[in-house]
Design a protein around this ligand. Sequence first.
Ligand code: CTP
Ligand code: MG
Length: 580
Amino acid sequence: MAARGVGLLTRLPLHSQRRSRVQRSISRHLCCPGTVAANVGSEEQPLGGSEDKIPKKRFSEVQEERREQAQRTVLIRCPNNVNEKKFLKYLSQHGPINNHFFYESFGLHAVVEFCQKDSVDSLQNGTHTPKQRTDPVIPFKSRFLNLKLKNSSNQIPQQSYAQTNKQLPPSSKKLFELLNYAENIDDQLNTLLKAFQLTEENVRLRHLTCSLIEDIAAAYFPGCVIWPFGSSVNTFGKLGCDLDMFLDLDEIGKLDVHKNAGDFLMEFQMKTVPSERIATQKILSVIGECIDNFGPSCVGVQKILNARCPLLRFSHQASGFQCDLTVNNSIALKSSELLYIYGSLDSRVRALVFSVRCWARAHSLTSSIPGTWITNFSLTVMVIFFLQRRSPPILPTLDSLKSLADAEDRCILNGHNCTFVRDLYKIKPSGNTETLELLLKEFFEYFGNFAFNKNSINIRQGKEQNKPDSSPLYIQNPFETSLNISKNVSQSQLQKFVDLARDSAWILEQEDKSQPSLSSKQPWGLATLLLPPGAVSTPLSKKKKKPMNEKVKGLLASIKSSTTDSSKGTHGKRAISTQV
Ligand code: CTP
Ligand code: MG
């Protein structure tokens, strides 16, 4: 287990980090066999299996299991000096606990998963509304609770405090250390993946947050479901990424369908509205009010109702997630499922996507603020397209995934054909054996020379096609095929991407393949690509390679001295060190 505020990786000597698997940090208290938590998840396999030996679960199975797990879970704000053993014993009065972990975000929090849902009800029944408060409160019962110590005798020495789990990526300093210690560039890409991918605990916290918001929405719409989508579930999420969720009202009617048998059909009386869009805006508006007024820990609620896809944006302080809530966005969930399949098919896919995403972030090609820049989603689709273009292909086209689908896979959403095979075992693995190093270099070369002025990117067919309009970057939406997912990207941002891709291909071409001695602080391989602009000599800056190394060395020293370890300052995902 990690010491409080210090990531797991930082505590191990570097050699043991590389050679041994990272110790699992969830402690099990009275573990229930057969539950989702007992079957899936280590820090390296957070989403139900992306490597060959792990059973490859269907996306829908993983989502259902995570949802059910979240419903048996509570979030508890704890005093810093809580005694973990006593805490667990106290909670066990309500039933056996399957899993728990502690983390910090505006104070110490515990995520506690019971074996049975009844235990949550029992705990809630034994919970009081706050007493002795000076400020008035709105009595609102949720699964976000507050633990109070009754007397100071419960206090314990500092070394016995509950240990916390990190929810943030490593600092730049730590990452450069890890990359420098890798054996080769392939190892560097895998190291970066392990350092940045969502941990098992972070995935649980994301599903729990959706479940807590679902409880609030259910006050208006009993039987609704809030599903996470996007990078939280598609296997491409980086620690610190936002939490995209959508309110699924289609689930409501499904509950009681069997009661409609016989001569009669009973329907709910409902109000009519002029359009689906107005219905969405009205729903988001009332839920926004409810979250703003009564949602514990939900702050900064913004109603962005005039966007193409209306949404609510807010911070969930206790989890540290920036949340985007939309309504009936089932096509986006389907595209998350498609990405999940691509991410699970070959272990090189995620490693490459994470490195490209980190590279783009390091060079300010992407940003957490919406604008004319390229998005992580677009970058992911570009990597998928590139891997479809290899010989032999590493990833199948969407059309070939559709051709493998059976009747049960058939899916039409809002008139769009979203059918593809969902059983990962039906997809033949690729015979391509190219290294990650080669793929990274070729990715930069491919897109450094891509005819963006006339061609579009299309993962459905895995072929370059003529652009249907004059957008600088045209990436066809895989399901809503008349849409361009990178419509927002300006010519200057695209040019910046192309220039940096060419520079990076050149740097990798020049790279001395032998790793410097372990004592050397000089960045190499992937680390060189992640250095800030100007730190590296490029064909554009027309400098020679030798002086570059000296400059880079100096720069690394300055990064090391100036960068604070992100694991020390933990609050709020927007404040974390995600520059790489
Ligand atoms: N999406 C889409 N079309 C777009 C933008 C987004 O279909 N033009 C869908 C994708 O399924 C995407 C999800 O909405 O995964 C969430 O969008 P976003 O948060 O921008 O991307 P993420 O994939 O979640 O990546 P990030 O880690 O940057 O949040
Ligand atoms: Mg997202």
